[in-house]
Design a protein around this ligand. Sequence first.
Ligand SMILES: [Zn+2]
Length: 322
Amino acid sequence: MSKPHHKSSRWIILAWSLNGLGLIVLLFVLALYWTRPPSRAAAAPFVDSQGTPYPTLTPAPTIYYLPTITPNPRSTQIVETTATPFYLANGPKPSVIGFSVSGRPIEVYTFGQGEQQRMIVAGIHGGYEWNTIALADQLITYINQHPEVIPSNITLYILRDLNPDGDARSHDEYGRVNAHGVDLNRNFPINWSAVWDRGGCYDHTPTTGGTGPASEPETRIMMNFLNTHKVEALISYHSAALGIFPGGTPWDPASKKLAQEIAGVSSYPYPPINTGCIYTGTLADYAVSVGAAAVDMELTNHQDTDFSMNLRVLDVLVNFTK
Ligand SMILES: [Zn+2]
């Protein structure tokens, strides 16, 4: 009987030994866990071998240039500052004909119901030429109070601010280009060039004609308007001082006639002052290419609207015949 007893006690000792070994391994694992160094996620900045912390890595913002996308007008718009506000209390509401790069509306006021169509465009150079927008707003207010200045055979469109993003950015040279840094009056698909010889041209801040002809939404909105309306005469207001530039290369005869008639009622120089600049991709050249008489025209300075003089110019525009 003693032999089997002896044999079974050996098995018991072995089992307890295994239990003890398992317990030691378990304690060893727990000890390793408790004494481990703090995890890296909780640690302060990474340091190099000299103990100097690595600079914090901030990912560069991803910039997408998607010129063919028209922002959804019901989406949340990113508006950093406010473009020159204008409200006509008792009068026609403007048509929104599209949206700028940053989602600001581009508005057209319409006066009269005649068959012959005329157009005034202001603010193509944004905040740098903000007084052209101020003039457009004065004209809108005046015509609304004096509708008789529009002959019965005429419809007049006033696009008060073609570059609202530039207008919102600043009322100085930095407000000239749109939100892609493009000079909109170099972006039209006629004699287009991305860059040009700056001799005699505006050269105070960096600017480009765009990534291609009509790469900018503001440009395409303007083109679409001209292609869906029969505008026969157009003034694109600028500032300052150089005078009246007829559209077309060489100057279109009907546009020269319009420039001469405007010069007859104003002090704006015609022929304009020749600085030697070769103008590419302009709105006036595009308007001529689709059948309008058109001028680029500069106010006297960067502050005044020359309002009474431009009422006479308005009279010329609405009574103009090629
Ligand atoms: Zn200009």
